[in-house]
Write a protein that binds this ligand. Structure first.
Ligand SMILES: Cc1ncc(COP(=O)(O)O)c(C=O)c1O
Length: 362
């Protein structure tokens, strides 16, 4: 498999597509939620006969794929989620996109799909951002441009086998908070009768099947006025794994940062960034370990973390008959707030980032 670098395409795009001055009107940037908004351009590349083509930006927001595509029948697809951030000086930051590229490579390998080279992944992200720059919110509004890369198996096929062809695409849309309320704590529900992933299944990869499995428990949680579900480990159902589409972290009463470790958790880039920041910048002990659902008393604060969720404080967790409140149901705890300020300060370019974390889009 080979990546053909496309300098011709890049020149075309620079001259004709980039629109850096016009901001999109009619968007209430400070009150955006997490919904699809159509932007102008998306990137698309096709894999055939053993290689990805050079790819291009297109205005077409639909995919025309074969009815027997493995992505439709056998869930042969994966995706990523990362954000572009507008800095105070008007420049644009990407936060650790190489980690998204690597995770997508692992997802592709797990589902027997061709991988996207890191360089191709990052260049495609930059092209999409630059072509849609007017959709990137001004600094200070809290909104960002969310990028959704995906790889899907397409082409004629009927048996359970890998597809003959693939599509790699990236679209983007402006987003605000994922969980309603942003830094206002939200409550979560444990439904031990539902798992999102199996012990040696696909939980550690970002594939659609994991999310399909979470739709019913997520719906039940929302109907009961919780923000989402907390998933327990699928083997013993005694330990916290995921918080909806985010990882869990807790701050113990003796000031340790703890986040669950398990082969069926999605390795969150935000979580690994927080482990680093807690240790290096907040001088805390930072641990990946076990978080038992019946030992929540050890924690003074808890939160959900992820690209979309950023850091969302957890007010309380309902488990069976018990509703456990952490710091407060209405206010963010002090350590969670410090981590939030450090992380978002780095992402928006206000605080110096550890080496290699920020890639400028220029
Ligand atoms: C199931 C799940 N866990 C955790 C995360 C957080 O991962 P990241 O911090 O890399 O966005 C996500 C979002 O990508 C997710 O979908």
């Amino acid at each position: 498999m080979q990546f053909l670098h496309n300098s011709v395409n890049l020149c075309f795009y620079n001259k004709n597509i980039r629109n850096t001055t016009t901001m999109t009107k009619n968007i209430d940037w400070s009150n955006l939620g997490f919904s699809y908004i159509k932007t102008d351009y998306r990137f698309i590349s096709h894999w055939k006969d053993g290689q990805w083509d050079q790819g291009k930006l297109t205005k077409d927001d639909t995919l025309h794929i074969h009815e027997s595509s493995t992505a439709l029948h056998y869930g042969q697809q994966c995706f990523e989620g990362l954000k572009a951030y507008r800095c105070k000086d008007g420049s644009i930051n990407l936060f650790r996109p190489d980690e998204n590229a690597k995770r997508m490579q692992r997802s592709c390998q797990r589902l027997l799909m061709p991988t996207i080279p890191t360089e191709m992944f990052i260049k495609a992200c930059k092209d999409v951002i630059k072509a849609n720059e007017k959709w990137l919110a001004p600094y200070g509004t809290g909104a960002t441009l969310y990028l959704r890369p995906m790889v899907i198996g397409v082409g004629e096929n009927i048996g359970v086998r890998t597809a003959p062809e693939f599509i790699f695409s990236i679209f983007c849309c402006p987003v605000g908070s994922y969980f309603k309320g942003g830094l206002t704590p939200s409550n979560f529900l444990v439904l031990p009768e539902y798992d999102r992933a199996a012990p040696y299944g696909t939980g550690a990869t970002k594939v659609g099947g994991n999310y399909a499995a979470s739709l019913i428990p997520g719906k039940i949680a929302k109907e009961r006025n919780f923000s989402d579900c907390i998933y327990l480990d699928p083997t013993t159902h005694t330990k916290i794994e995921e918080v909806g589409a985010a990882n869990f972290f807790g701050i113990t009463k003796d000031n340790k940062f703890i986040t669950p470790k398990s082969p069926s958790i999605l390795p969150s880039i935000t979580k690994y960034s927080l482990l680093h920041l807690a240790k290096e910048r907040l001088n805390m002990e930072a641990i990946e370990g076990e978080v038992y659902i019946d030992k929540l008393d050890e924690f003074s604060e808890a939160g959900a973390c992820g690209t979309a969720a950023v850091i969302s404080p957890i007010g309380g967790i309902q488990y069976k008959e018990n509703f456990h409140i952490f710091y407060s149901e209405t206010e963010v705890g002090p350590i969670t707030k410090r981590l939030y300020d450090e992380l978002t300060g780095i992402q928006f370019g206000d605080i110096e980032a550890p080496e290699g974390w920020i890639i400028k889009v220029d």
